[in-house]
Design a protein around this ligand. Sequence first.
Ligand code: FAD
Length: 472
Amino acid sequence: MKIAIVGGGPSGLTLASILGREAPNNEAFDITIFERGAADRDQGSGWDVDEEAQAALLRAGVELESFQRPRSDRMMSYRVDDMDRPIATFRMPPFISDLGVSKEQMGFLASPSLETERKKMVDGLTDALASHTKIIYESYISGLKMNNDGSIDVRGRDGSTLNGSFDVVIDSSGSGSPLRSARFAPEADAHYTGTTYVQGLIHSPEKTLDAELVRLLGEGTLTLYGPTRDGKGTEQLNVQRFGADPSDQVATIWIEVHSEDANRLIEELGFEGIYGITRDPAALQRVTEYTKQQLSGFPEQYQDLFDSIEGARVLPMRMHPFCGETLALTAPNSEGLPFLCIGDALHALPPWSGMSGNYALRDAADLATSLIKQQPREWTSASVAAALRGHERDFMLRTDEKRKATANRSPGYVDYMHSTEFTDFALSAHVLGKPPEEQWSTDDQVDSAVMAETIRFFVLLNSFDNYGMSES
Ligand SMILES: Cc1cc2nc3c(=O)[nH]c(=O)nc-3n(C[C@H](O)[C@H](O)[C@H](O)COP(=O)(O)OP(=O)(O)OC[C@H]3O[C@@H](n4cnc5c(N)ncnc54)[C@H](O)[C@@H]3O)c2cc1C
């Protein structure tokens, strides 16, 4: 079975690696991966990998320790007008674990996972590929050509066919996929959520940030809340370590910008056509100046945190519509195509869902299992396409619950941050995604009160060992 995988990110590589390792006949699959980026591209941080995604990575031959940062499962949140005491600690207090209580039993405040390094994950997956799997870097795929015999050609940037025809094409090129239109109408493309992340990469907080901030950051994540530049809302500034090697001090720093138009900030900061992280000094300068303005409501010592960035990216956050809406918008004559989108190309969710990457790896593992089952049988283009349509529906459907929670939360959250003066800002409302003035029902008010008390209780529990921090 000759397979083209478009996109050498986590889902495409996991699929290829499992097929290479688990197919009973070593060369049952002839796989070519097309990746638009270079092999050594900068990739920054990864994500909180859940149990099913961990299982997929293990099947693909990647050890978790190789991309996870030890002791990074601690998140601290502070108000900039009171840096002596955290307003929230997301961390399992060790004396509770010593009593035999698990993180899951303690709820979400206790359960952040270890931070991960995306490049190490991707490099591990690449190393685990079978020796006959081809990976072609700097190879942008712009479209597909369907042939009469059911096979598919992939087209490069200039429209020419690359590497002959394929029996199956898998699109793992992420939320901006140029191939998705082969299966779904443009109305089913990922839509902008209204939030853009402006991120910087810091080589070493120890060398460039204030010593007290470094202490509060520890090995994990630090969030600071302060006033917006116009004083009418609340702004959030985050710093997070992610280097898998404990001696690596690298960290990301980011703010969330809320705007109606996804391209406005990209254009304003001159990031058109820049994919991923750039180290262009002029682009870094523009990001530094922009973030300084955005943070001008914060006390002076926090306004220049982006001064020392060595890389930057601007990420408008997008999400796809629900499964039902998407399947009502299929492209004509696409049902019988041996073509399937997986991961973010099929069902992207924003980072605050905490699940988009985890679903992507589940898709890769489930699709690998299915192809390994089909391959030894008398498969045809039509039989493979029929199986892929079933997976397409299942892969989308299982993300719907999270999609609903994310879609409900986004507008309330953005409005709350925009419209709540810092003095009135309450973390419980922020976490629930519903401002206090909208909490009319008794249930809402109970939820809000319970959340506020739970957050306070966790801070108290964590204070017994000084939040796992060294003394100042
Ligand atoms: C800041 C941030 C935090 C996140 N946190 C979490 C979290 O906590 N939990 C979670 O589950 N998920 C999280 N995610 C989401 C997660 O990173 C993605 O869901 C995951 O990377 C999707 O994997 P993928 O392989 O499907 O797509 P991608 O990671 O987008 O990979 C796509 C690959 O395809 C390549 N490509 C793109 N277009 C083409 C083309 N035309 N031709 C050839 N190659 C192409 C790209 O260069 C890339 O290598 C987070 C994302 C961000 C940005």
